[in-house]
Design a protein around this ligand. Sequence first.
Ligand code: PLP
Length: 387
Amino acid sequence: MMSIYLNNAATTWPKPQSVPDAIYDFIANRGANVARGSASIRDLQSLDNVFTCRQKLAELLGGYKKRDPRFITLTSNVTESINIIIKGFLRPGMRAITTSMEHNAVIRPLRRAESEGACVDILQCSMKGYLDPAFLKKNLSEGADIAIINQCSNVSGSLQNIDDIAQVCKESNVPLVVDCAQTAGIIPISAEDLGVAALCFTGHKGLFGPQGTGGIVWDPEFAKRCTTLYEGGTGSLSHEEFQPYQMPDKFEAGTPNLPGIAGLLASLEWIEKEGIKKIREHEDYLGKKLKEGLMGIKGLKIIGPGHDDQRLPVYSININGMDNAKIARDLSDIYGIETRPGLHCAPLAHRTLGTFPEGALRISPGYFNTEDEIDLTINALAEISKG
Ligand SMILES: Cc1ncc(COP(=O)(O)O)c(C=O)c1O
């Protein structure tokens, strides 16, 4: 049976062919560590790969100081990026603001910080998944040390008004950290233009890179205010017993995921050639087609955003109170369609959207899906809805 992959919000698949090719090439033919060799050609190639990857990320995500690659930290995923910031910045007695649409990548480290004496306030979003910037402003006026906000929900696809949110944070003088897990590579964004403290991204979703890659775009001043999560070898300043203060070494101890970085670099080059606009247009087109088809299925409810709301093509649905896990299994076993049921690591988002504890079935098309695949999915769901 052919497989139809509609779980791109979990991780995009397939990847552009150049991505596995670059990973294979790195391991088979290059493989030198970074800044830990004799400056052979192979060593320099590794250095160049990492530098170029940072530079491309700085260009794509609007890095500070004229896209200076030093202010890009490479991590294993956005969860690590968010942990570096929360654990490096938030101290007992400080107040953090976040929203009720966050992923556990934000909520769990915040809950831990709260258990250690920080104050964490979770602002309620609307039932469509949106944060009202005026509500944020009112809350920030009571005093806050940091705001951490998801740009797009991985449950409902609700796209926050990040321009207004960033403006409110700037006016209130509160550092804003944006979780761009679902948007990096899909929505044009500039950390420096928005004036955010940090953008956190993951490499394996909209950036089409391999799992185990991610990072942070820093405001250099905010990076100075965070302590390190790890310390260790950086291949630099080896005479020092303390972690170097300079960027990017400060937040990167230990050998990085070099095969992953080679793959991420290949995917960034692919995005450059393909163009974000074209990628977004195709995904939006498929999303709208899917939505129209879903709306025609009796008993099927689309969770979250309304008709004209800003969103990405991440659709969560419920059908007539049917078990979401059972629908997902039927889609997979009978039709070869891959989706994701459950709570999507975002229980608070489901509470906000009114789908806790039963959750929902998430269908998230991606750039490599076709119109035919969307039609087949709509037909399959129509059949399943009839029991
Ligand atoms: C909004 C959001 N934040 C954080 C994450 C965590 O991503 P990762 O597992 O790559 O760290 C995800 C993944 O689904 C997400 O959608």
